[in-house]
Write a new protein. Structure first.
Length: 99
């Protein structure tokens, strides 16, 4: 089943994000290589594709997991959680309708 992993950053998270970004991206690439990643990306803090030093306010990942518990465990193990970049993460079942 698909799950949405919706994260909220702490204030001024950019340095924390950058310090562990390679590990974060590697985990997403693993999901992608397994054919389980639907989409992933951050929420810019300003209305701009490249927010620069304004940074990001959170992220969204939609991916396939066997169950909610597996999706939650994956989210909890994210390097952004360990670095303190994320203040919180919510994992919800997701039903893709379109496209």
């Amino acid at each position: 089943m698909l799950y949405a992993v919706i994260s909220q950053d702490v204030d001024n998270s950019l340095d924390r994000r950058l310090s562990v970004r390679p590990a974060h991206i590697e985990r997403l690439k693993t999901l992608q290589n397994e054919g389980r990643l639907i989409l992933a990306g951050p929420h810019p803090a300003i209305d701009n594709v490249d927010p620069g030093e304004a940074g990001f306010t959170g992220s969204l990942v939609v991916a396939e997991f066997a169950c909610l518990e597996d999706a939650q465990a994956w989210a909890d193990a994210d390097p952004y959680m360990a670095s303190g970049a994320y203040a919180s993460v919510v994992v919800k079942p997701f039903k893709k309708v379109l496209p």
